[in-house]
Design a protein around this ligand. Sequence first.
Ligand code: PMP
Length: 366
Amino acid sequence: MKTEIYLDYNATAPIRPGVEEAVLGALRVAGNPSSIHSFGRHARKTVETARAQVASLVGARPEKVTFNSGATEGNNSLLKAYHGQGICASAIEHPSMLGQDHDPQMIRVTPDGVIDLTHFEERISASPPPALVSVMMVNNETGVIQPVAEMIRLCHARGIKFHTDATQAAGRLPLDVFMLNADYMTLSSHKLGGPQGIGAMITTNDTPPPILLQGGGQERRYRAGTENVAGIAGFGQASAHAQEHLPAFQELVAQQSYLEQELKGLHNELVIFGENAPRVANTTCCAFPGLSAETLLIAYDLDGIAISSGSACSSGKVTQSHVLKAMGCADHLAKGALRISTGWATTREDIDHFLTITQRILKRVR
Ligand code: PMP
């Protein structure tokens, strides 16, 4: 049988141990968390336990965690809340934070994919200043870590609110939203090994969460709709597991450098995007000059390897990445960009198998 290897954690990570049991456990007991009978109280307890687990992962106070359907919803709710007041986002944000109107003044990044702090300061010093600045903590395509703490300090000195999309950072970097003092943080459970379709808006200070959905009084009236109790239970368990295994995640650094060195050995012109910037340990975005991502993805898939080209949200159609474009990457290289993303269950054997298959594919297509 063909070995199936999953190296697409930035699209969706495999569920962590205990998540399936937590989801099924919640599904097996009927009960709406808003009901006052014992079934309702049981569901409420499930939700509040998970809230504490998610809060603990990101250093938030539990009452500042508002469950929603994921980072797209969280990001969109901010776009809507601040519409017309001036939102300044970076050029490498996820499309859910970029909005419909293309902002030509988006904060630029360096060729290594890190926010250009000079341009950032220029943008936040504009008159009138933006009401909200949004810069993701870790980019989903390149894994590049952004200097968010510094940017928050600069924004707060000017009375500007700051949002960070921490979807690709949670469970990968030690996070403390309270220390960081970000006004808003958005998360998606499935990127850290929980179920899909559940996430959270985290707030700090006295900043209330933006309201997108109105109806029942759920989530302290900030997010109406009966809670996705099973999803929340799974998200909580994934957060607890991720927090406990954060030190193990750092061990992926060695695996990442092994992978990248070996890939360079297979093709000496390999380009690794963001190579010289601080990056999370699980992401390698690279291109073999002259080879298209489309061809390679199909070849890998036939050999049982799941990887991505650029952002998975745009896969199916291999469009050029706006992130690589913002980094000034030449079109022909961007067309070849592959994203290999590993995680909590990736082994050295998986990497070795990937390398063997890569060698075989390169021989075939070069
Ligand atoms: N932000 C980032 C950084 C992401 O990587 C993603 C998922 N690709 C999202 C937001 C959107 O997450 P979801 O699809 O779970 O809403």
